[in-house]
Design a protein around this ligand. Structure first.
Ligand code: FES
Ligand SMILES: [Fe+2]
Length: 377
């Protein structure tokens, strides 16, 4: 009797997970989009993807498409990609450069601050306020060289949410600032189209119980991961030490590239990782930073963009970073493969009541409690 088994209490070492339908229910996914991704700060672009005035890109946040641009003063601006006349997409490509943004339907035209500046016969409609019929604005911030957006009408404080979460986890001694992430440059970007719910990807990233099974290269470089305790399992972040013979965070443990000059002594020869809810993972090693951004597409599909960030001189000199990239690329493929093989079972009758968290995964229960609280219990 499957149902009886599901209802049996878990033993003391085990804690319950979310039920299976949390990963498969489209209505629940829509609620997550509304209450999580459309309310919180989302990391969407590397800031140097928009350099010149008028550079623009269209990105996805929650269920919305957002134009991000730089105005003439090079300030970041973001607004919904929805024409205020009758709703056509103003930008129909993913990226470009423009002095003004003109809708292709009836030619309403907006400046780079989103203000309506021209439309056929607009002068004959003097009552139309150009500011209030400008493109609807979205809150935008730049931090660590990334562009962050928030769709909430009244955005939560960036300092209290994003910065607060990072400094709570890192503490002052392991400051993220010493990696100088805003000054680094993308040496490699790989996009992954993962056929799994976004929560499975976060849960996987938070634990290392799976490391010994699926990450042979990673556990060679960081032997303590074979014991299953993740860098982020404790209350404060724990720097996971490189193996004694290991020379760098590379696929074969060979030397990496130039060390980031401002890291603290206790950040050398160590790996740190944090999750910034709801969609960013940051991995820090002495010579580079690996930065993941997730964009949930549906209850069973998530896009993940992963950047490998190095010192600008390393990238500009064309230094071979392939062994550094290959290590975490393999980790990504191994992790996403595990998530994709888990997703289909989430709708199984045998998983309706969920599964179990072992002690080295107990901190995932905190993530589950947070999701449930945000969704309203
Ligand atoms: S819908 Fe954009 S100008 Fe008419
Ligand atoms: Fe993993």
């Amino acid at each position: 009797m499957i149902i009886d088994q599901l209802e049996a209490p878990l033993s003391g070492s085990l804690m319950p997970t979310l039920p299976g339908h949390s990963y498969t229910d489209p209505d629940l996914f829509a609620l997550e989009q509304e209450k999580i991704f459309e309310q919180m700060w989302n990391c969407v672009l590397r800031a140097d993807e928009l350099t010149a005035p008028g550079d623009w890109r269209v990105v996805t946040v929650g269920r919305e498409r957002i134009i991000v641009t730089r105005n003439r003063r090079r300030q970041l601006r973001a607004y919904y990609n929805v024409c205020r006349h009758r709703g056509m997409r103003v930008c129909t490509e993913d990226a470009g450069n423009a002095r003004t943004l003109q809708c292709g339907y009836h030619a309403w035209t907006y400046d780079l601050d989103g203000t309506l500046i021209a439309a056929p016969n607009l002068t004959k409609m003097p009552d139309v306020d150009r500011e209030s019929y400008g493109l609807r604005k979205v809150a935008v911030r730049e931090w660590l060289g990334y562009v962050w957006l928030c769709l909430a009408e009244d955005p939560p404080s960036f300092e209290e949410t994003v910065l607060g979460e990072v400094s709570d986890r890192m503490g002052t001694t392991h400051s993220i600032d010493s990696y100088g992430i805003d000054g680094l440059k993308v040496g490699k970007r790989i996009s992954y189209d993962v056929q799994a719910n976004w929560k499975l990807i976060i849960e996987n990233f938070m634990e290392c119980y799976h490391c010994a099974t699926i990450h042979p290269e990673l556990t060679e470089v960081i032997p303590e991961f074979a014991e299953g305790w993740a860098s982020q399992a404790g209350e404060k972040i724990h720097g996971a030490a490189f193996g004694e013979e290991v020379r760098g965070f590379t696929v074969d443990g060979s030397a990496g590239v130039s060390t980031l000059p401002t890291i603290a002594p206790d950040q050398d020869r160590k790996y740190y990782a944090i999750t910034v809810r709801p969609q960013v993972f940051i991995n820090m090693v002495p010579d580079h930073v690996i930065w993941h951004r997730m964009t949930p597409v549906s209850e069973s599909r998530t896009l993940v963009e992963c950047d490998w960030l190095f010192l600008p001189e390393v990238v500009d000199a064309g230094t071979d970073v392939s062994r550094s990239v290959e290590l975490f690329h393999r980790v990504n493929e191994q992790d996403f493969d595990a998530c994709e093989k888990t997703q289909p079972a989430m709708s199984s009758r045998s998983y309706a009541g969920g599964g179990a968290l072992v002690p080295s995964e107990h901190h995932i229960a905190g993530f589950h409690a947070w999701v449930q609280e945000v969704l309203g219990g």
